[in-house]
Structure formats: C-alpha cells, structure tokens
Design a protein around this ligand. Structure first.
Ligand code: GLU
Length: 290
C-alpha cells in the first residue's frame, strides 16, 4: 500500500448512469494502479434533492460491478457536526461572513453591476446592516488560483471574479457542497480526486478552502464527460438513463471505451479490473501524469 487515497462520491439524487460509472471506474483504477485505498462516500447533504433508497441502490450497483469501498462507506448526513466545526474555524479566522441577501436581491445587484450570473456581488462583505443572517459565505480574494489537472493540464480561475464569495451554509440551513466535500476529503485523508470535468470549475473554490484551513490540496484529474444525444452532460437529477442492471458487463465495457481504451476481453470481472488497472497505469505513465 502507498499513501494514495482516492474516492468516488456520488450524490444519491438518482441511480448511477453511464457518466457516474466513468467517474467510479477511473477513480477506482487510479487507486488500484497506485496500490492505494479507494473509498465510497455518499454525498447526501441535500435532502430535498435526494431520492430515498438511491444510496443503497448505488452501493449495491457498485458491488455488482466489483467496486467495493476499501473502508466503511461514509454518509455526509453523519458529518453535520464536523461541517459546523469547520465553519466555526473559518469564522474565527475571519474567512467567512454572514449574508442577509435573498437570492433575488443578490441576482439583481449582480446584474446591475454587470457581474456574471450567479456571482455574488459582495453586498454583505462589510456587514448586513442589521438584517438577519440567512447564509454564510466564504470571503474570496482576487488572487488567481492555478492547479495542474492530470488530464486537462494547467487550469486557472479568479475565484472572486468568476465565482464570487460562495455559500458554505445555505439559507435553508443545509450545508453547501463546497464545504462538505473539502471537510470530508480532508477528514478521509484523500490524496487524489478523480471526477467528471463538470466539476473542474469548482476546484479553485475548493483549493481556496484547503488553503484557508491550512491544508494542502489533493491532486486532481477531471474526466471527459459522457454526453447524451443532445450534447448535454448526463445528470441523475435530470433523469439520465440508469445503468442497465442486466448488462453491467456491457456498461463496464462502454465506460472503458469512453476512457479511450480498447476492449480487454477478460473472462472474469476480477480479471477485467486487474488488466484495466495495468492499462491505466501504463497509459498515465506514458503521458507522464501517473
Ligand atoms: N457528489 C458530487 C456528484 O455526485 C461529486 C462530488 C465530487 O466528486 O467532488 O456530482
């Protein structure tokens, strides 16, 4: 075993689809290729969006695919105290502020200031003027964040300009993805994140959080997305077709091809994963990004 620790972190907002399988497969193979640990974490922090039973169904499908977490599965709903602790720390260090703006107020002000849609205009940076706090935001700065993605190469974002002061705790009291994912990846000692390219523009925000918490960010690899016939990314919430439980072998082969590999023709599931991990390693070593 090396110190490598990777993870697959599905939100149980629906069943696994072809895109989730690509992320599960690549994160698993990268962990195996490094003789590392692979973890499954259920990101169930958004009860209104979560589908009851989807967590169990996801874990079951992963098991049938031969993808078993090396340590007990972590559920984000068990981690609320830890998120509160993380927020407290950031508040103490002056990295967080309370925001009184409704979504609409923020959007109107952003529009008036000519900011990109979704960027918070910073209204409450110097206080709410006595209005009650609704949400907690991370105080960003304009120093561009750059990281080296193992596939996409160098990626830079000015978080203040392009994302704005992002929410850590929402007005409805729920924890935001950015906070939960960083708190958990730190807690689980994750060294390597392998996930879909749809998340690459979240990564600079997460790196800012690592830095604010005095921690070193992990390495990142963002994978090419699986698109539907309309060219849109598959999403559980938008009802992407779930993996066919009667053809998990075919699903596995399609995910493997999506990652750019030739069919393996292994006679067992275990043999497939073993050979796949070897091919994965060879490919990444040849590109100098192992
Ligand atoms: N829970 C997120 C999702 O299902 C993935 C989070 C991550 O890999 O950082 O899209």
């Amino acid at each position: 075993m090396t110190s490598y620790r990777g993870r697959f972190a599905p939100s149980p907002t629906g069943l696994l689809h072809a895109g989730s399988l690509v992320a599960a497969m690549a994160s698993y193979l990268d962990a195996r290729a490094h003789d590392g640990v692979w973890l499954v974490r259920i990101e169930d922090i958004d009860p209104p969006r979560d589908v009851p039973g989807a967590d169990k169904a996801i874990i079951d499908t992963l098991r049938r695919l031969g993808l078993n977490s090396d340590e007990p599965v972590l559920w984000q709903h068990d981690r609320y105290d830890a998120y509160a602790e993380t927020l407290k720390r950031l508040r103490r260090d002056g990295r967080v502020y309370g925001c009184a703006c409704s979504r609409r107020e923020a959007a109107e002000r952003a529009l008036a200031l000519g900011l990109p849609a979704g960027v918070y205009p910073g209204t409450c940076r110097s206080g709410t003027g006595g209005r009650p706090v609704r949400a907690w935001r991370f105080l960003t700065n304009g120093v561009p964040v750059t990281f080296d993605d193992r596939l996409a190469g160098s990626f830079t974002q000015n978080v203040e300009k392009e994302a704005g002061d992002f929410v850590l705790k929402r007005a409805d009291g729920l924890w935001a993805y950015q906070l939960a994912v960083v708190a958990d990846d730190l807690y689980q000692g994750v060294t390597d994140i392998v996930r879909g390219a749809d998340l690459i523009d979240n990564t600079p925000r997460q790196i800012m959080l690592y830095e604010a918490l005095g921690a070193r960010p992990p390495r990142y690899m963002h994978l090419p997305l699986v698109l539907n016939s309309d060219g849109q990314k598959l999403s559980k919430q938008q009802g992407a077709v779930p993996l066919n439980p009667d053809d998990l072998r075919g699903e596995t082969e399609r995910a493997w091809r999506h990652l750019g590999f030739e069919p393996i023709g292994a006679d067992s599931q275990a043999a497939f994963w073993k050979t796949a991990a070897r091919c994965w390693k060879e490919r990444l070593e040849a590109r100098g990004v192992f």
